[in-house]
Write a protein that binds this ligand. Structure first.
Ligand SMILES: [Zn+2]
Length: 225
């Protein structure tokens, strides 16, 4: 997260950050790990993307925030990222990209300030290298599809219309691939249409009973963009 925040700090808008934390914390409270120390934020980048890191950190970009049309679409993205954290997808990918230099124990120790001195420096270096690799390469397609499905279940459990995941992906699919704001997003994720096709085949109308969940809220419309 520090690597990401170093490149793009949080947007200086307390109302926006508070709102995204309220929505994210509520959804995380319905997840398998409500006790994690969850943090949510919007970073000041025009690119369209969202990120999660071990320990419960979730960031979305200002560029992505500006694309959203409802609180349920925000919930869909946060639930997708929360699912990555719960499944430890980033830790698995970091272990795979760094030939064993990164272990889950090491990351946990760094997060809990349980490593000191020279070992902490080594741990930070290894974690930084793995983070940068992950940032460029992204996760596997199957991992992304799974986070979409688990995210929809989680969003439904939190009271949102889970099909906002589909409308959000349709919006992203309408952004021109030549737009530099989506370059990293498109190179690290399956195409929005492929993700929608996966949702259609795996979930279809099975969550229809939850489609009357929350879509929009007055508080979403109140936040300036
Ligand atoms: Zn993802």
């Amino acid at each position: 997260m520090a690597t990401l925040l170093g490149a793009a700090p949080l947007v200086k808008d307390a109302a926006l950050q508070r709102y995204v934390n309220q929505v994210g914390t509520w959804i995380a409270a319905q997840s398998a790990q409500p006790q994690l120390n969850w943090h949510f934020g919007v970073i000041d980048s025009p690119n369209i993307n969202a990120f999660a890191a071990p320990g419960g950190y979730v960031l979305i970009t200002r560029g992505l925030w500006n694309q959203l049309r409802s609180e349920a679409e925000l919930a869909a993205i946060l639930a997708h990222e929360i699912s990555h954290v719960i499944n430890k997808d980033q830790i698995e990918a970091m272990k795979n990209t760094n030939r064993g230099a990164i272990t889950e124990e090491l990351i946990t120790a760094v997060l809990n300030y349980k490593v000191q001195g020279e070992r902490l420096d080594l741990a930070k270096k290894a974690t930084k290298a793995a983070t940068e690799g992950l940032y460029i390469k992204g996760l596997s397609k199957d991992t992304e599809y799974a986070a979409d499905l688990n995210g929809m279940l989680l969003a439904a459990r939190a009271g949102y219309n889970p099909y906002a995941m589909v409308s959000m992906l349709q919006t992203l699919g309408n952004v021109s691939p030549s737009d530099s704001a989506v370059a990293l997003f498109f190179s690290t994720h399956p195409s929005p249409q492929d993700r929608i096709d996966q949702i259609d085949s795996k979930i279809g109308d099975q969550l229809e009973a939850y489609a009357n969940g929350v879509d929009n809220t007055a508080r979403f419309s109140k936040i300036a963009r």
